[in-house]
Design a protein. Structure first.
Length: 73
């Protein structure tokens, strides 16, 4: 690809991103209008601030490091 082709591809992607952001802003404004339906929060999960029980992690591996009783390669 030439530099001009790359620039055209970037412009197209930027235009598409701008359109998507504008759509999201319009959707948000529609939800904030009086009489508009409030956002559905039924799928949200509350995560407690308390530490997790350490026994949950006794048989796990450290990601990218391998098992706890072996050395990483």
């Amino acid at each position: 690809m030439s530099l001009q082709d790359d620039l055209n591809a970037v412009r197209r992607n930027l235009d598409e991103l701008t359109r998507k952001v504008e759509q999201l802003e319009r959707k948000e404004q529609a939800q904030r209008r009086p009489g508009g339906a409030p956002p559905d929060r039924s799928g949200m999960v509350t995560i407690p601030d308390t530490p997790y029980d350490g026994s949950l992690w006794t048989d796990t591996d450290d990601e990218g490091l391998g098992a706890r009783d072996r050395r990483a390669p």
